[in-house]
Design a protein. Structure first.
Length: 154
């Protein structure tokens, strides 16, 4: 059997202006119709152009497609509470019929990290202290690793 090449489409960072919800949904529908295997959205808290919430946008796309895998190109895991992230993506996976793929990382835009604030709770283990997020790479990597560990157990 010949290996099949899979093609995914990335979408986001609206440098030319924010498209309507209908336009976003139609682009995703068209991509699926053309046989695109997966649809990926950018994830930023701060961007030089308007940015939609990745979870809400994935929910819209999941409601208008049936076969494509869906996910963030890189979910900024170190900027989110791991238990809320786990619940959001488990819900998206259920509502999409198991099509959600979670690609996670810390991102490269340190402005996102510097501006994010966390109010951590005892329920999330290592996320216990309330503090401003620090842009030092070691701390960012540890926070992402802790979040990934908590999500895998949720």
């Amino acid at each position: 059997m010949t290996p099949q090449v899979k093609i995914g489409a990335g979408f986001g960072l609206w440098r030319l202006g924010m498209p309507s919800a209908e336009t976003i949904a139609r682009v995703a529908e068209r991509a699926e119709h053309w046989g695109i295997d997966s649809f990926w959205l950018s994830d930023h808290l701060l961007a030089p152009s308007p940015e939609l919430d990745v979870v809400a946008t994935l929910a819209l796309i999941a409601s208008r497609t049936a076969k494509m895998k869906l996910g963030p190109s890189v979910l900024l895991l170190n900027l989110r509470h791991p238990l809320l992230t786990a619940k959001s993506f488990a819900s998206l996976d259920y509502l999409s019929g198991g099509r959600m793929v979670m690609a996670v990382g810390t991102g490269s835009n340190l402005a996102d990290t510097r501006r994010a604030e966390f109010h951590r709770t005892r329920a999330a283990g290592a996320w216990m202290k309330e503090s401003r997020c620090c842009a030092r790479s070691g701390k960012i990597a540890r926070r992402a690793s802790t979040a990934a560990s908590l999500i895998s157990r949720a």
